[in-house]
Design a protein around this ligand. Sequence first.
Ligand SMILES: NC(=O)c1ccc[n+]([C@@H]2O[C@H](COP(=O)([O-])OP(=O)(O)OC[C@H]3O[C@@H](n4cnc5c(N)ncnc54)[C@H](OP(=O)(O)O)[C@@H]3O)[C@@H](O)[C@H]2O)c1
Ligand SMILES: [Zn+2]
Length: 344
Amino acid sequence: MRAFRISRHGGPEALEWTELPTPEPGPTEVRVRVRACALNRLDLWVRDGVPGHQFPLPLVPGSEIAGEIDAVGAGAGDHEIGTPVLLAPGVSCGHCDRCIGAEDMLCESYGILGEHRDGGYAEYVVAPARNVLPLPAGLSFAQAAALPLVFMTAWHMLVTRARLRPLEDVLVHAAGSGVSSAGLQIAKLLGARHVIATAGSDAKLEKATRLGATHTVNYREHDFVAAVREITGRKGVEVVFDHVGGDTFEKSLKVLARGGRLVFCGATAAAAAEVNLRMLFFKNQSILGSTMGSLAELRHLLKFVVSGALEPVIDRTLPLAQAPAAQAALESREQFGKIVLIVD
Ligand SMILES: NC(=O)c1ccc[n+]([C@@H]2O[C@H](COP(=O)([O-])OP(=O)(O)OC[C@H]3O[C@@H](n4cnc5c(N)ncnc54)[C@H](OP(=O)(O)O)[C@@H]3O)[C@@H](O)[C@H]2O)c1
Ligand SMILES: [Zn+2]
């Protein structure tokens, strides 16, 4: 099969366009003919490498995958060849206390397609049969691929970790990112009052408004701290949704209301941040780390996708062979929502 593989970390040249043996499913696995695979910032971490972290190279990247069942392992259950499917991105043991308790993202052996085992920058991918979900009704392969990892992550952040309640106010950073384009919609769905979105361009903020942001701040031109204080009448927001980290994280603590929760799933800009512990306890605030979400959460949120309450946001689609150009666009922060590779 044709695939992109990473054997050594590096820039765009690290993506090798190559011919690989078509993978065979194990007894409890299926092989999926990939039709669409969405990009994530994670793909850049996998390509570039992260200091102090080992990725299992060589590796085919790509975590969000939709396609058709192509082969089924002997003990993988009933899956008809040709069925259109979406793959849940998280892979876990399936039988530990965490997995049984619908907290599979806390399983000791938890991993992600395209990070811990081969993913979807390829014509075929093999995954555990447990990860197979029916393609949500009415969605194209590209739309389906644009949602599982980012919506599951954003859902877990807002619903499970931060417990956002109706009429609370939320600040969503980097509104054009995959995760935040999902977070904005989920905040709205949960009945938030002010949904304040930040981004680095007015064009992105216009799109954020269409997704449900009630207020927007171009952080390159305006101080978001002052803007949030003005919008909320100095109260601040009950929830901050972040993955930028660094300075953004520090400033976000300044606009957290009493009892507020800062939930974050990444630290794109910087991993270090200064925290004033006195302010945190005095105001009964929480800092909540969050990674991925459970298979149960993904299955549940897909119902809102089918109902139309949540929608995948596609910035553009490109053929698989143009993955390096697709990654360059992601890296240059041009996109609003998801960049999706189409596999013919
Ligand atoms: N823990 C988890 O389970 C999990 C899951 C998904 C994602 N994440 C993390 O969440 C972050 C976002 O992921 P994503 O795939 O949604 O990202 P993405 O689509 O690539 O969007 C990232 C956006 O962040 C903004 N940004 C702000 N400061 C930045 C900086 N210093 N460098 C680069 N971009 C910056 C940019 O928008 P502006 O130019 O408009 O500011 C950029 O477009 C990543 O760190 C990712 O690893 C974690
Ligand atoms: Zn487990």
